[in-house]
Design a protein around this ligand. Structure first.
Ligand code: 3PG
Length: 393
């Protein structure tokens, strides 16, 4: 793919796909991280003499206009991040969009209304992609976090205009390549989250690529259960025991060490401030739930990270949203941050919960790279080609 720097943008209308799918409460943006991360691309387009026309989706409005999902509500946060006023087009195609584009002057930034207000967007309808493409001279995709969707504004349009990757897209791709495509070894992956069923492809891909795979969170319970350990009334997926054993066998054949919890934090209920106790995996009592990894596990992960050159992390290792079950995730996050700061470790993390956990621990800024993507980060970790990236050529 071509980078933004390789394009001649002077006097060009630059249709720029960004991800403005940010959390909003009561019409106000509550976390502007994604908005802040597209600012360098918008500024670079302006500096190159181009006119940025931002295309984006918001929520899942099912192909119909839905006022609560209007992109108008993100304008104040975008204006604040850019430090300039931003114009708004009431539709992303047709006469309203064309008029809004025609009214642009050099230096202006325009946002067009939610692409998902049209069912044709998610169908990747060629006529709709062509209607979008008519609004610009160049296409720039800066939405890595939407690149797993083969939609008209992420995929179809890239085939109709001279196209390039925006700065955030390029940054994401190079960070992810450094973590898994072409990493310095040893590589440690940490995968957590509640269910094995949502991360089967991911685990299957990782065991072939990393040296150590730490499995935490509710999904570790399924692995413990599959190996005959008692799991009390913990969340686990008994139907996937065979699949879990298959992943363990695949890892062994590939020379990847799977690290399961060596000690457990358990409690009778998952409530804030619950009384926790520690148990070994051999003796998890019947009347408790496994809610976090214990200090011995944290210490073993620390040993691995000290020897590692690369860490890739998706998913908390405990029920981190409920204290005190955030302790394992916090402790590992702090250790990874220390090693990264000291210069020995390249640390890359992604996925909504993971980023929330790192923010909670106050160390997100210390990681080498924190991806802005949720679903796209997972699909990339699964080894899948992302349509929005593939279409850039
Ligand atoms: C995201 O929030 O992860 C992206 O914007 C993609 O949104 P989607 O899952 O609704 O396609």
């Amino acid at each position: 793919w071509r980078s933004l720097e390789q394009m001649d943008l002077r006097g060009k209308r630059v249709l720029t796909r960004v991800d403005l799918n940010v959390p909003v409460e009561g019409g106000r943006v509550t976390d502007a991280t994604r908005i802040e991360r597209i600012v360098p691309t918008v500024r670079a387009i302006l500096a190159g003499g181009g006119m940025p026309i931002l295309l984006a989706h918001f929520g899942r409005p099912k192909g119909r206009p839905e006022p609560s999902m209007s992109l108008r509500q993100v304008l104040p946060a975008l204006e604040q991040a850019l430090g300039q006023p931003v114009a708004f087009g009431e539709n992303c195609v047709g006469p309203q969009a064309e008029a809004a584009v025609a009214a642009m002057k050099p230096g202006d930034v325009l946002v067009l209304e939610n692409t998902r207000f049209h069912a044709e967007e998610e169908k990747n309808d060629p006529a709709f992609a062509a209607a979008l493409a008519r609004l610009g001279d160049v296409y720039c995709n800066d939405a890595f976090s939407a690149a797993h969707r083969a939609h008209a504004s992420t995929e179809g349009i890239a085939r109709l205009l001279p196209s390039c990757a925006g700065l955030l897209m390029a940054e994401e791709l190079s960070a992810l390549d450094r973590a898994l495509g072409n990493p310095e070894r040893p590589v440690v992956a940490i995968v957590g989250g509640s269910k094995v069923s949502t991360k089967l492809d991911l685990l299957g891909n990782l065991v072939e690529k990393v040296n150590h795979l730490v499995i935490g969170g509710g999904m570790a319970n399924t692995f413990l259960f599959a190996q005959g350990y008692p799991v009390g009334h913990s969340l686990h997926e008994p139907d996937l025991a065979e699949t879990a054993r298959g992943i363990l066998a695949k890892a062994e054949a590939a020379g990847c060490e799977i690290v399961l919890p060596r000690d457990l934090v358990v409690a009778k209920e998952l409530v804030e401030g619950a009384t926790e106790s520690f148990a070994s995996p051999h003796e998890c009592p019947d009347d408790v739930m496994i809610l976090d990894v214990g200090p011995q596990t944290v210490s073993y992960v620390d040993t691995l990270l000290r020897q590692a050159r690369t860490l890739i992390w998706n998913g908390p290792v405990g029920a981190f949203e409920t204290k005190p079950f955030d302790a394992g995730t916090h402790a590992i996050a702090l250790k990874a941050a220390d090693l990264t700061r000291a210069g020995g470790l390249v640390s890359v993390a992604g996925g909504g919960d993971t980023v929330a956990a790192l923010n909670d621990a106050g160390v997100a800024d210390d990681f080498t790279y924190v991806s802005s993507a949720g679903g796209a980060f997972l699909e990339w970790m699964e080894g899948k080609a992302l349509p929005g990236v593939a279409a850039l050529g």
